[in-house]
Design a binder for this molecule. Structure first.
Ligand code: NDP
Ligand code: 8X3
Length: 253
């Protein structure tokens, strides 16, 4: 059994919940975060109660709340060996010219500002533990698609920030990985579409998409490699998903 501890953001659903379960199964203690307290409480209970898991309820966009939550981590969870920056979201699927500016700002505040804030606040202790940082980027960091606009750009930031962290932290023994999944079935699509179950069914239907457990397995593998091995970037898709030709707009003759 491991005596290590992972802090996983966005563990009330999807990837984060599955990652917490996977690490806990191997004996890691977990600190799990999100805004939905009821879900965190249920997860803490499921994972063995307050000696094995600890929930932190805060909005990752709120620096003061993030600082206060981290400061309140009980001593027995306070040596963090792995930070999994998973909390994030997409909002909207329309073209840039139709998008809601507030939704763009929410994605930037969550996926970029929230992620860099918690990372910076935890860097000293991750250096002290010669720890691991896993950042959830996306295939959208690498491949633009119609309607991906700001979401994809936030994930390109996450990817490049991960590489920059690698450069700065390699002498400290801290590993940094950018995980870049393609289509994966989770509440992500309900959040993105404002709760459109038909859109969810259409996207995932018949596609045999990735499941949160596939991402959790991959991240656990990254974490369990020897300390001298760093996976820099890892792009993962379901077999059913691949590339399409460039779109070409042609003027009507
Ligand atoms: P889910 O919607 O299932 O889960 C998102 C998690 O992020 C929830 O736990 C949610 O918690 C948390 N979160 C969102 N906003 C905030 C906030 N302001 N403060 C605190 N926590 C927040 O999505 P996934 O599990 O699918 O996605 C996880 C990550 O993986 C995201 O970064 C996403 O961009 C990325 N990703 C997803 C893919 C997919 O196809 N599903 C593919 C590639 C990458 P709560 O609402 O309780 O606060
Ligand atoms: C989620 C995958 O293709 O919807 O990051 O952008 S995608």
């Amino acid at each position: 059994m491991s005596s290590r501890t992972a802090l996983i953001t966005g563990a009330t659903a999807g990837f984060g919940q599955a990652i917490a379960r996977r690490f806990a199964k191997e004996g890691w203690k977990v600190v799990v975060t999100g805004r939905r307290k009821d879900r965190l409480d249920a997860l803490v209970e499921e994972l063995g109660g307050p000696t094995r898991a600890h929930g932190l309820v805060f909005d990752i966009r709120d620096e003061a709340a993030t600082r206060a939550a981290l400061a309140a981590i009980p001593a027995e969870f306070s040596k963090i060996d792995a930070l999994v920056n998973n909390a994030g979201l997409a909002l909207g699927t329309g073209p840039a010219q139709d998008c809601d500016l507030d939704q763009w700002k929410t994605m930037i505040d969550t996926n970029i500002t929230g992620l860099v804030t918690i990372t910076r606040l935890m860097l000293d202790q991750l250096i002290a533990s010669r720890g691991l940082i896993v950042n959830l980027a996306s295939v959208a960091a690498n491949w633009p698609y119609p309607g991906g606009n700001v979401y994809g750009a936030t994930k390109s930031f996450v990817q490049q920030f991960s590489r920059g962290l690698r450069s700065d932290l390699s002498a400290k023994g801290v590993r940094v990985t950018s995980i870049e999944p393609g289509m994966a079935e989770s509440e992500f699509t309900l959040v993105r579409t404002g709760g459109d179950q038909a859109a969810y069914n259409k996207l995932y239907g018949g596609a045999n998409p990735l499941q949160p457990e596939d991402i959790a397995e991959t991240i656990y593998w990254v974490a369990s490699l020897p300390a001298h091995v760093n996976i820099n970037t890892l792009e993962i898709m379901p077999v059913s998903q691949s590339w399409a030709p460039f779109q070409v707009y042609r003027e009507a003759k």
